[in-house]
Design a protein around this ligand. Structure first.
Ligand SMILES: *[C@@H]1O[C@H](CO)[C@@H](O)[C@H](O)[C@H]1NC(C)=O
Ligand SMILES: *[C@@H]1O[C@H](CO)[C@@H](O)[C@H](O)[C@H]1NC(C)=O
Ligand SMILES: *[C@@H]1O[C@H](CO)[C@@H](O)[C@H](O)[C@H]1NC(C)=O
Ligand SMILES: *[C@@H]1O[C@H](CO)[C@@H](O)[C@H](O)[C@H]1NC(C)=O
Length: 505
């Protein structure tokens, strides 16, 4: 026997078995909370409430009841916890029809129903925020498939284990006459798009060296991908974090900080149960606090850029790319920008036509109610962006930026994440404070993962576009009109891509 449940949960189809043509279709009531339904119900209820006011006013005049006792009951939650509260407006109407209650009972029952519906809406709202978070932070099964197939290839096919780059190209890796790019990622498909778009749009690809850094679990797949898909004449290197001397040498501040971070986060604000139990905070605040517990924001791939000078001791200057960007122009002019002694060339994020994306100041990231933050920083100072940064490693080595970063990570952990809660940008804003040179916005366009209104024409003009935000181009929730800017660098005829059913739309 087979059971089919329709996506709307309205129909359950029972197939009695092979060869039997008939089937039984059972219609069941939808148990899902539909926002539209709740919206209309509340509208209807508002309308009904006027009636209730009239009725209770009449009651009050009669001296039989007082509005306040009704209010109190609802606030104390007595009415809410009554197990026999009608679960929907339909139930309520049915009950009223069959019982024909007096005005007082009518009002009490209605209030209880409304409160219950409000709680349901609230719970649904929190859930919606969290679903969006989950949708953006879990890896789709196609990408898992790709990583597995490539890893399998690595272990089963010598061609996928070829050294990358080929031995004769190795000297380029430490040669400062090349243009060095660094990409840290555990997502093979995303890394392939960054690499392909970078090389394809370069006017002199033979001068491009791309250093791909990945973690231990993704290493085999990443290596296999780039050895089977060389981007010649560019030089691509694939390295696991465990391959770096500096990493193997022992004390690694970023890993220590991450371990502490994990412990603090799991205890943060009493843990997830305590956060979710709050009934007074706005749903998005509750969802944001729950998000802060997510390991996504504690990824070594995100923190690792703070150690670029140690990871690449021979290099003078690198451009660091996030894995949710697409390169659309030749980036070699970035090497001609005079950083004026600063360490980090970045676009700023508080001026521009798009007021939604370009509205980020320090107060958008740091908690200025915290005395240590307000004493040291200006809330209205413009912020800048990670995603495409030019780092002058020589200048960096003369500063204390990496120590400052780790100092503030620890301070924030000590204060129970009260200086900032999410991401690696807030400590970056602090550590690079005074070390940033602002570059032209042409070089790095932000917001393609959360500004749905970005036009294709605007996005096409930028040298680098950045899908920061939830709507990553490799997810179903990507904005369809912008996704093509990313998919055009995926080779959908590739056998691995095809085998994992990765499609253009
Ligand atoms: C870096 O920090 C050390 C100790 O905290 C200090 O002695 C040194 O002057 C600082 N260097 C710079 C360039 O700020
Ligand atoms: C901001 O800092 C203040 C003072 O330390 C603290 O009471 C408050 O909870 C912090 N806000 C957040 C959102 O962490
Ligand atoms: C997108 O455009 C619509 C219509 O012009 C506007 O109402 C909406 O506020 C815009 N959204 C953002 C986030 O800018
Ligand atoms: C895409 O993949 C196919 C099959 O491997 C290959 O023949 C073709 O050259 C690739 N196209 C590009 C643009 O790399």
């Amino acid at each position: 026997m087979q059971l089919h449940i329709s996506p709307s949960l309205r129909h359950v189809t029972v197939l009695p078995g092979k060869g039997v043509r008939d089937f039984i279709k059972v219609k069941v009531g939808s148990r899902r909370v539909s926002y539209l339904m709740i919206f209309y119900s509340l509208l209807f209820v508002t309308f009904l409430l006027r009636l209730v006011f009239v009725l209770t006013a009449m009651d009050a005049i009669d001296g039989e009841t007082k509005c306040s006792s009704l209010e109190e009951k609802a606030i104390n939650g007595e009415a809410l916890e009554a197990p026999d509260v009608p679960q929907s407006l339909d139930d309520f109407v049915a009950e009223m029809k069959s019982n024909r209650p007096d005005a007082k009972t009518f009002a009490t029952r209605l209030k209880a129903t409304v409160s219950l519906l409000e709680r349901k809406t609230r719970a649904a709202k929190i859930q919606e925020y969290l679903y969006r978070h989950v949708a953006s932070s879990t890896m789709p099964k196609q990408l898992h498939c790709l990583a597995l197939r490539l890893a399998n290839e690595y272990f089963g096919n010598a061609g996928a284990r070829l050294q990358v780059p080929a031995p004769e190209r190795v000297p380029a890796l430490v040669d400062n006459s090349y243009h060095h790019f660094v990409l840290a990622s555990d997502n093979v498909l995303a890394a392939s798009v960054v690499a392909t778009s970078l090389v394809r749009n370069s006017l002199r690809p033979a001068t491009v060296v791309l250093h791909v850094i990945t973690d231990r679990k993704t290493y085999a797949a990443m290596h296999a991908f780039f050895s089977l898909h060389p981007l010649e004449p560019a030089v691509v290197e694939v390295k696991g974090l465990h391959h770096f001397d500096w990493f193997a040498r022992g004390r690694v501040p970023v890993l220590e900080a991450m371990e502490k971070d994990r412990n603090v986060r799991s205890q943060f604000r009493g843990g997830s149960t305590a956060i979710a139990a709050s009934t007074t905070e706005k749903p998005y605040v509750v969802a944001a606090k729950l998000q802060a517990l997510s390991p996504k924001y504690n990824s070594v791939m995100n923190h690792i850029r703070i150690n670029l000078p140690e990871l690449f001791p021979n290099l003078n200057k690198v451009v660091f790319l996030d894995d949710d960007v697409v390169v659309q122009a030749d980036l070699s002019p970035l090497w001609d920008i005079d950083l004026q002694g600063k360490v980090n060339g970045a676009v700023q994020t508080c001026t521009g036509d798009d007021k939604f994306v370009m509205s980020k100041r320090l107060k958008s990231y740091l908690n200025f109610s915290h005395p240590v933050i307000s004493r040291n920083f200006d809330p209205d100072e413009c912020a800048w962006a990670y995603g495409m940064n030019i780092f002058d490693l020589e200048a960096w080595r003369k500063t204390n930026i990496s120590n400052t970063y780790h100092y503030w990570l620890h301070e924030n952990l000590k204060s129970d994440l009260s200086m900032w809660q999410l991401g690696t940008l807030p400590p970056g804003l602090i550590a690079f404070h005074g070390h940033v040179h602002i570059i032209d916005p042409y070089w790095h366009m932000l917001g393609l993962g959360y500004q749905e209104n970005t036009s294709l024409a605007e996005a096409e003009k930028a040298a680098v576009i950045h899908f920061n935000g939830r709507a990553k181009p490799w997810l179903d929730i990507a904005f369809p009109q912008l996704r093509q800017l990313w998919t055009k660098y995926v080779n959908f005829s590739d056998r691995f891509v095809r085998a994992c059913h990765i499609r253009a739309s």
